[in-house]
Design a protein around this ligand. Structure first.
Ligand SMILES: *Cc1c(COP(=O)(O)O)cnc(C)c1O
Length: 239
């Protein structure tokens, strides 16, 4: 990599140049009210600090151990979002500090989140994940299961869980029309749930959709929260 002094600078696994610039550029593209979650999974803390110094405070991770380690080592005013699929036996590690859990898709998981919230004396904010893409491998609810969940007497008793909206991932494709249709579907799910279950709850307000490849479409289709990784930090290298 060539830096501005013309030296080749070798760094491990990430590009030191451009993180702040990438964040500035993204923020210019966002409508007011759209939150940028900087997805820092697999990236070292130096990269996160560079984004932090550029003013970024909301970061997303998808592995529990990686997230807790970064939480320990990085500034405490960072808001950590968990964007992966969460196993019930790992909720306890995140419950003390996590700002938002994006990938909640079962009553069983919510039960554990509520229990761990109670232990930590904090209400844990969650998004319900919906399956909007073609791909089988992606987790998430459909409308039917969401309605069952939200009307379950067990759910209505939870005091330490706050459902703040919905989350989804579009199919990984170049077909813009298809991606837009999936985002529209998630936005429609949000509106229906808002009307049916959360009319008097201003905190039910978030539609988390849009990643590096499709966030501009997502914003146009009603996203309030985009989760962007590679566009900020460069490509991820998995070991
Ligand atoms: C990795 C990830 C992202 C970010 O992906 P990019 O394409 O790098 O922006 C967003 N959401 C989820 C759920 C992810 O796992």
């Amino acid at each position: 990599m060539l830096n501005f002094n013309g030296f080749y600078k070798f760094v491990d696994q990430y590009e030191t140049m451009g993180i702040a610039e990438n964040i500035d550029q993204l923020k210019n593209e966002l409508h007011e009210g759209v939150c940028l979650v900087a997805v820092s999974k697999t990236k070292p803390k130096e990269a996160i600090l560079e984004a932090y110094e550029a003013g970024q405070r909301v970061f997303g991770e998808n592995k529990v151990q990686e997230l807790t380690q970064k939480y320990d080592e990085l500034p405490k005013d960072i808001e950590w979002h968990f964007i992966g699929h969460l196993q019930t036996n790992k909720v306890k590690y995140l419950a003390p500090f996590v700002s938002l859990l994006h990938g909640v898709d079962s009553l069983k998981l919510l039960k554990t989140i509520n229990k761990e919230g109670k232990k930590n004396k904090r209400t844990i904010s969650c998004l319900l994940q919906f399956h909007i893409a073609d791909e089988d491998s992606k987790f998430g609810l459909d409308m039917q299961r969401a309605k069952e969940l939200l009307t379950d007497p067990v759910f209505t008793e939870f005091e330490f869980v706050k459902i703040c909206g919905v989350m989804g991932m579009a199919t990984n494709t170049d077909d813009e029309a298809k991606v837009r249709t999936e985002f529209q579907a998630l936005n429609e799910i949000f509106n229906q749930l808002k009307h049916a279950f959360f009319k008097n709850e201003p905190s039910f307000s978030q539609v988390s959709m849009g990643m590096s490849g499709d966030y501009l479409f997502a914003i146009e289709e009603g996203s309030t929260m985009i989760r962007v990784g590679s566009k900020i930090f460069g490509k991820r290298i998995y070991h």
